[in-house]
Design a protein around this ligand. Structure first.
Ligand code: TYC
Length: 113
């Protein structure tokens, strides 16, 4: 190890600072979240939608029935908020399941805020 002497130039004490303080905002980045939306249609049976919400969104039967009715009456509802990857998986699971049973149920995702 080599020890170097500290010189005046290293310490930059030329006293040229103007005294202006600039605040740097600490930016803590949190990953974006995605809302998963279920859309109403005229053909998918109510019981099927309730089953979807129980199966893929971990809702109780009562919760599922309640949210299904919100979608039915309002046209759509947010059924969960997840990371991009999880939201994409939920959308695929719902769309695949509905397609297999030949129901026109639509599920989409949207970035939060
Ligand atoms: N509107 C449908 C009916 O009357 C029920 C329904 C609810 C469909 C929610 C889709 O996301 C939906 N059978």
């Amino acid at each position: 190890m080599t020890l170097l002497p500290i010189t005046m130039s290293d310490q930059s004490d030329d006293s040229t600072d103007t005294g202006v303080i600039t605040k740097t905002k600490p930016k803590t980045q949190r990953p974006p979240r995605y809302k998963v939306l279920l859309l109403n249609d005229d053909y998918t049976p109510m019981e099927f939608v309730v089953m979807v919400l129980e199966r893929f969104f971990g809702m109780t039967h009562a919760e599922s029935f309640e949210i299904m009715l919100v979608v039915h009456k309002k046209g759509l509802a947010v059924v969960g908020v997840y990371s991009h990857e999880i939201a994409e998986t939920k959308v695929s699971q719902v769309m695949d399941f509905a397609r297999r049973q030949q129901h026109p149920l639509q599920c989409t995702m949207e970035k939060e805020e």
